[in-house]
Design a protein around this ligand. Sequence first.
Ligand code: HEC
Ligand code: HEC
Length: 362
Amino acid sequence: MPRYWHVVSLLLPAAAMAQQPGSAGATRPKLEVLKSLPEAQLFPLMNLVATSLGVHCDYCHVQATPDLARTPSNAGGWVWDRDDKQPKRRAREMMKMVVGINTSVFGGEAKVTCYTCHRGSTQPSRLPLLPPPAPGTARTPAPTPLPTADRVWAAYVAAVGGGDASARAAAMNIRGWDERPEGRYGKVEITVAGSDRYRITLTTPDATTNQGLDGDVAWVGTGDRVQRLSSPADIARMRRIAMRYQPVKEQPRDLRVVGIERLDDHDAYVLQGRIDSLTTQRSYFDVVTGLLRREITTTETLLLPLEEQVDYDDYRDVAGIQMPYRVRTSDGAPYSTTTRIFTDIRRNVPTADTLFRPPSPR
Ligand code: HEC
Ligand code: HEC
């Protein structure tokens, strides 16, 4: 099961991974807290639980028959529904507590998470470290004055050079390398056109996988198998993935500036906006260059919010538009962090409409 999951997850949107759409509880009778969680969210959530405590799956779950000839992440042999281990039973009580606190004290919003207390450890600290910080001034410092969201956004669009609409509509072709943990690598080719057409081909030593988006048709193909994604959530997710390669992003709703943060050695304005009722996005714009450096998308679930981060780096000019030549994506799973390093980006490439459509079965 986990091996299958990892292989499929190379390219498939998380929400498309469930074999049948539906809740985890439909096929997993032993669940008590996570029954109504969509199956597609179960593994991302478990990754987050493990990271929040600084442990791996085996801290709570039984691995009965691992295949030691495989890489650590693919050894398999898990019996996820067994409750033999005390930490798993304890974790279930903790999940009930977290849902309880959020329901009774925070109006149902997932304000308190495993990480709130655990901070990457199985033993949360009860007290701050001694000695306490040296006394400074007695006043709370005044907040730094911030520009408006409109100003930051306008500076961003100007910095990219994508002010005119034609710049966004023209097709762009992007080629390069795809690198993942445990020595996995592949070649990647991406074509984007307009705001809703996208095609990616990932070629690894094991397989070639294609994904496409053409308006509201989204699909994934491996070898001869082509799967159309039908749920609105899957299509929305594919649209967001495609958006990573657009020169100018779509502006989220209710955008506001929430602060300044340091990313590596640059300051960035942090803007927060809403994508839909369950999803918010934080975007980090370089204070000096105006360019987008990071996006963090947060999706609420019944237990913990799931996050996905995209970092954009190494911006270079492509026929008048600034494009990032390095894009790194990560979610809660250490195994799935992906770095794409581009070697060739071209604008205004002639592109056949059929490229974006699902290949017809032979
Ligand atoms: C801190 C303990 C803990 C860790 C670490 C943990 N889990 Fe879980 N997991 C649980 C608990 C508790 C449940 C049952 C939740 C419930 O009762 O609703 C569960 C349920 C599951 C299930 C569903 C089991 C069933 O009944 O069919 C799967 C699959 C799963 N976990 C996978 C993972 C994976 C993969 C990892 C590592 C990335 C992981 N878990 C890490 C505590 C943990
Ligand atoms: C309000 C703070 C708080 C939150 C939130 C919280 N925990 Fe805990 N957790 C604790 C404390 C405190 C302990 C240690 C208790 C003890 O020593 O008996 C603990 C212990 C545990 C242990 C046992 C660790 C061991 O020693 O093996 C597990 C497993 C665990 N928590 C899982 C979780 C999970 C999973 C979540 C999120 C669903 C969570 N906790 C959320 C406070 C919290």
